[in-house]
Design a protein around this ligand. Structure first.
Ligand SMILES: NC(=O)c1ccc[n+]([C@@H]2O[C@H](COP(=O)([O-])OP(=O)(O)OC[C@H]3O[C@@H](n4cnc5c(N)ncnc54)[C@H](O)[C@@H]3O)[C@@H](O)[C@H]2O)c1
Ligand SMILES: NC(=O)c1ccc[n+]([C@@H]2O[C@H](COP(=O)([O-])OP(=O)(O)OC[C@H]3O[C@@H](n4cnc5c(N)ncnc54)[C@H](O)[C@@H]3O)[C@@H](O)[C@H]2O)c1
Lengths: 207, 207
């Protein structure tokens, strides 16, 4: 079992390596990866050795091999059937973002409460009414749900998803979903990213 | 100096504690915080001791005192003058998100290339043309910029922001900005959050 803090770092390595792969880089040294992420060489080598990846001395790691191994270790080498709830500003930006598909998350359906959106499609993805959640989700074999709705309806929707056997919920609403252990949840708060930025600015020797 | 990995954890503690504060909780034990974040008691106590916060045995930590201390440690107790570049789906969701203000990030201006948006306002925030960036930014004393534009224009815009002396850039475009050390940047990739979720699902004993 890989500890959660290591898994977050592996996710960051994977993203950087996919940038390099897209740019045509074939091998990379741990210090090149470390510089971009602000991590030490030895931390990166230790993390990658956890799942049996050792770079060749003087040459480095094979980028595409490392990407495959990281995806396997992180559980994103398969296809996750994913649904989105809430197609407002944030939900629309998430549907359009290519990064999810690249990590193996296949968006299959969108659910909305706004009558003007129900029954239409976005980029080929059907938009269903939220009242039909219980009928549609079992047919899709959906495993993941992204919650991009206001704070009010979020906890009740999460309860419905848990009852339908959804395995994981990515929650953007700034409210605790208060689900017991039956469902894995990750709360996203972009303010935490801004905090990371403020911290980097305060701690850089420029200031 | 606090290491970056610790700072990310402090950011997560701060967010959880602000949830508790909003809910009226006055004291909290490290294991209650740990359960919500999947971290051990001893990790939390060690992190908080770093900046002199010690809970009272049997009682726990004072929530509002801890929030103040964390904000000071993370550099988000002040006000950061922030600008947003790109008011598409993602940019609009970010303007509307209350969480930024709560962390001390004050959005002062939006910049766009779309003529239909220039010269208008959103929630009282003026939308300027991107060509006027060099005239407007010095007047605002802006320190942070959020980049929510497509991949194409992102690196050139980042260069212009660096030349204007912006201290930090939060970048959502899936492309490396390739700035040298003069500016702190944080790349956000929400696919990394979905990866964290996939990892949690794969590693939970439910599966
Ligand atoms: N965590 C973050 O960093 C972050 C950043 C931006 C926004 N947000 C949050 O994300 C959420 C969405 O933000 P937004 O800007 O897209 O808001 P929005 O108002 O533009 O969109 C919300 C959408 O949800 C739909 N909706 C409402 N109730 C519903 C229900 N019961 N079932 C299905 N759909 C329902 C609405 O019709 C609307 O389309 C908000 O909670 C906001 O606070 C979080
Ligand atoms: N990192 C993530 O997790 C994530 C998630 C969703 C979207 N994104 C990315 O965020 C960016 C924005 O996404 P979106 O869905 O809001 O796209 P969008 O097309 O809806 O919005 C882009 C906006 O940028 C403006 N723009 C274009 N060129 C500009 C320039 N030179 N100067 C100023 N403004 C300019 C456009 O007029 C438009 O309003 C994209 O790069 C997308 O890939 C990232």
């Amino acid at each position: 079992d890989i500890p959660a803090a290591t898994a977050s770092r592996l996710g960051l390595y994977l993203r950087e390596l996919q940038h390099f792969l897209r740019g045509g880089t074939e091998t990379i040294k741990s210090n090149a990866l470390g510089r971009r992420l602000g991590l030490s060489d030895s931390q990166i080598r230790r993390d990658l050795a956890l799942f049996g990846e050792f770079g060749k001395r003087g040459v480095g790691y094979n980028v595409s091999g490392l990407v495959q191994a990281l995806r396997r270790a992180l559980g994103t080498d398969g296809n996750w059937n994913t649904i989105l709830i809430g197609l407002g500003n944030l939900g629309t930006a998430l549907v359009r973002y290519r990064g999810f598909r690249e990590q193996g998350f296949r968006l299959q359906a969108i659910f909305e409460s706004d009558a003007t959106k129900i029954g239409t499609e976005l980029d080929g993805i059907p938009i269903y009414g939220i009242d039909d959640l219980e009928q549609i989700v079992p047919r899709l074999n959906a495993q993941m749900a992204i919650l991009a709705v206001p704070v009010g309806p979020a906890p009740a929707l999460a309860r419905r998803l848990a009852d339908l056997g959804i395995a994981g919920i990515l929650n953007f609403a700034p409210v605790s979903l208060a689900l017991h252990d039956e469902v894995s949840t990750v709360d996203v708060d972009l303010a935490v990213e801004l905090q990371r930025l403020a911290f980097a600015v305060v701690n850089s020797d420029r200031s």
